[in-house]
Write a protein that binds this ligand. Structure first.
Ligand code: ADP
Ligand code: MG
Length: 243
């Protein structure tokens, strides 16, 4: 197992946002998490990447306990997070946004003395091909379509070579064509990384759910299974799909 979580919980004020008894992820698995708004899905990713501190619990990632570690330390261990809201620099080109991501990875001080090598240029171009942005490398990120911006965000995470990619609602706001391309991209990425995706769009979930789907409701894990097992589970229909 790449990731093992036990008894993980966090409350905000009086509200228990997450209380997860057990969750595990195999290497090279592409896991989809679904569930109603407020179910604790994003909070789970916040806890995994160290953005939010757990009240208690156990998280073992690739043999190392991550609870109590900072976001930077966790990123260095190999957990990369793409957030729901776009955060690229709109006036910079796609290429420069990606270059900046490589520089940041090297640390602020190192980046002051950063020199561009052909190795880094290759890495950026290869990643651009993987995410389908090779034709728009010189375009300002602000002029990209919504879908392309999301792929750029994914590229920025991928450039850090994470073992585990956390991707929160990638298809939100995308056209059907962009959604389908995003699904193909995630399937492709899962050949080299483990991936956890939070998603609402059940057509999209069906497209990418080649492994298990996990359902969160009220901060808890309701059930897990194949796409069709989960889709036909009466408890899932009652608490999420049927609403
Ligand atoms: P989901 O991603 O499944 O829609 P979230 O994880 O965003 O759900 O939220 C779970 C619950 O925790 C919600 O009730 C939300 O309002 C609350 N919550 C999430 N983050 C915070 C925070 N930083 N401060 C206070 N409450 C939060
Ligand atoms: Mg969310």
């Amino acid at each position: 197992m790449l990731l093992q979580v036990e008894d993980l919980s966090v409350s905000f004020g009086g509200l228990q946002a997450l209380n997860l008894s057990s969750f595990s992820l195999a290497r090279n698995e592409l896991r989809v998490i679904i569930g109603p708004n407020g179910a604790g899905k994003s909070t789970f990713m916040d806890l995994l990447c160290g953005r939010t501190k757990a009240d208690r619990g156990k998280v073992i990632f690739d043999g190392t306990s991550t609870l109590g570690k900072t976001e930077v330390e966790i990123a260095e261990l190999g957990i990369g997070r793409k957030f729901q809201k776009p955060s690229v620099f709109p006036s910079l080109s796609v290429y420069d946004n990606m270059l900046l991501a490589v520089k940041m990875e090297k640390g602020v001080f190192a980046s002051l003395f950063f020199s561009m090598t052909s190795d880094i240029d290759d890495r950026i171009r290869d990643t651009a091909v993987r995410v389908g942005l090779h034709a728009v490398l010189d375009k300002a990120a602000g002029d990209l379509s919504h879908g392309q911006k999301q792929w750029l965000e994914i590229a920025i995470v991928v450039l850090q070579h994470p073992k585990l990619l956390l991707i929160d609602e990638p298809a939100a706001g995308m056209s059907d064509r962009e959604t389908e391309k995003t699904g193909e991209l995630l399937i492709e990425l899962s050949k080299q990384h483990s991936v956890i995706v939070i998603e609402h769009d059940m057509h999209f979930v069906k497209q990418i759910a080649r492994d298990k789907v996990t359902v969160f409701v009220n901060g808890q894990l309701l059930t897990e299974g194949t796409f069709s097992q989960v889709k036909n589970d009466q408890r899932v229909i009652d608490s999420y799909l049927g609403r």
